[in-house]
Design a protein around this ligand. Sequence first.
Ligand code: GLN
Ligand code: ZN
Length: 755
Amino acid sequence: MTTLHLSGFPRIGAKRELKFLLEDYWQGKIDEQALRQGARELRQRHWLLQKGAGITLSPLGDFSLYDHVLDAQILVGAIPPRFGFDAATLSSAQYFQLARGNQQQPALEMTKWFDTNYHYLVPEWHADTRFAANPAPLLAQLAEARALGIRTKPVLVGPLTLLWLGKCKGGEFDRLQLLPALLACYENILQQLAAAGVSWVQLDEPILALDLPADWLQAISTAYRQLAASPLNILLATYFGSVAEHAALLTTLPVAGLHLDLVRAPEQLAAFAADWPADKILSAGIVDGRNIWRSNLTAQLALLEPLAGQLGNRLWLAPSCSLLHCPVDAAAETEMDADLRSWLAFAVQKLNELKLLQRGLEQGRNSIVHELQASDHVQAIRRSSPLIHRPAVQDKLASLPPGADQRRSPFASRAKQQQDWLQLPLLPTTTIGSFPQTASIRSARAAFRRGELSAADYQRAMQEEISLAMRRQEALGLDVLVHGEAERNDMVEYFGEQLDGFVFTRLGWVQSYGSRCVKPPIIVGDVARPQAMTVSWAVYAQSLTQRPVKGMLTGPVTLLQWSFVRDDVPRSTVCKQIALALNEEVLELENAGIRIIQIDEPAIREGLPLKKAAQADYLRWAGEAFRLCSWRLDDSTQIHTHMCYSAFGDILPQIAALDADVITIETSRSDMALLQDFACFHYPNQIGPGVYDIHSPRTPRLAEMEALLHKALQVIPVDRLWVNPDCGLKTRSWPEVEAALQRMVAVAKNLRQQL
Ligand code: GLN
Ligand code: ZN
């Protein structure tokens, strides 16, 4: 039998059970025992589900109460000394303190897991970090699985990836210095697993898909030669990209098997298949673990059949990566158009696809002839369905005139035309868009969604909120006002719901970190804008004031990046279609008298491909898409953009090439250090470096903001500097917002007088 296995199942649960357990526990509504019991039930349900689907080797250790990278740190006994905890005796309270912090000790830092929207807790390495094997939690789960008759394979973060993902603390040193001690710890863990009767272990080394320095590649070689001496079989897993350039290294390592991501990088198979060693397993990551589309079984079989002929039982089948990144069950999407739903495969459906591929390989295509027909049918429909193909959109994109992504005049000339009508003072003050999403806003929206509030009443309620925000901004003396985004639930959902080509799920939740989940929209087809999305709100806001109101849009790259994207056309095409839809909105705003428009792109940096070689292409089309939003715009209309995570480093030239008239960025938490990059690069357009951190409830002090602005003035010419907070204010309360903005405006006014 062809072995079927997984790297991980979505731990959050089909109905976000883990989220609710965690939050109940944190709020003291349930005790630790109830939390552990709930978690155990969830694990068991997922294992039984896998068993029912015919999975040969289920993952062990993929379930975590918060994060599997945190669990890996505990497994090797490497808890940062600042906490003073001992991994072997760690309590639940201590575990969550590592993850969430408290008054005395901030949590471990959190950052994105490769190019996914999952966040892991960053290990902290010290030159003297010691390791101590602590496999007890893993062994306890092993016993649970055995009691259910489930065969498992522990899936662990590999030692090199774990080292790589951590940050050096207490001075710079080479993390690889820690490798010998870490390897000894892994050896010890593997021995204990083997002693407990485990025969296979999966070690994940996704860093192999990055551009790894030579010493790290050498370290992979040393590490796996050493670990392969352990008494169990090691499956070395790679994913999120091609590892073809390391084929010579990876095929000669003495490990028992290698897993390849054949969805992200099918072409890499050629580098491995021909000379695949006779004593090794090859695990084909054939079903997409990162997206939600039903597989093209016929195409997959065509790829697998020659491999199966060559390898026999040494071919294993699996999803491309952990299913952590997709929702649990498409069958729950009962409100979705049935045709559309039949195009989707969430985790449960993906297991079934593996099973079908296994049968097709073992018993021949005829044994799954109906399933293949159904799969072909879906592919054919997706190629032609009027639900998703909009010839007018395709034509418009195909016939864009050259230069459609360039403003009419260069920045210097635009800036003058803009200032002619804006007449803004030096150091103009503004905000990033959103004001507090108060309880009254949320309850009005909930009532509207339940059908208890009419559309007209909802509109009146939101207009009330907008007018309140306008009065408060006028009283504060801000120069450029915003309507406050009261009517928006979420910056992606709000636009997705109004654009053709997007669909929404009922339960398509994916873990973002800890108990936090996101429900990304699905971009199924060509994107079009049936009608204006923001114009009436902006126009209403403008009707209440003499000061300029800034219109507010989410940019094409961010809408793309935070959605599940169709896989039948290039991402660049989808992104440009979104841009054309936004361009219609931009033009309609301009026409309606909204002549400052902000296009938020907080996700532009995170869309960067893992490998350097692919980055230039991404940056080219992402920039083109952003600029396309301003096609045919008058020079005197001012385009702003906002980006939260502003450590741009070497992509600053491409950020500048977006040619936004004004960019607002997050800088206060880094004490304006990030601004230095902009200065060194001679960033040409206007900049609003955030002068205070909106993530904290405390009111920023006048002197702090003043000092930050003085720093900014040293590197940015005064006529190009704006004054604003770091990010949107929707998570704050009005008293906090008013107190902070009052001081921010005062600081700007003071400084103006000194200039
Ligand atoms: N305009 C959005 C807001 O103010 C921007 C959010 C973001 O940067 N993520 O909330
Ligand atoms: Zn932001």
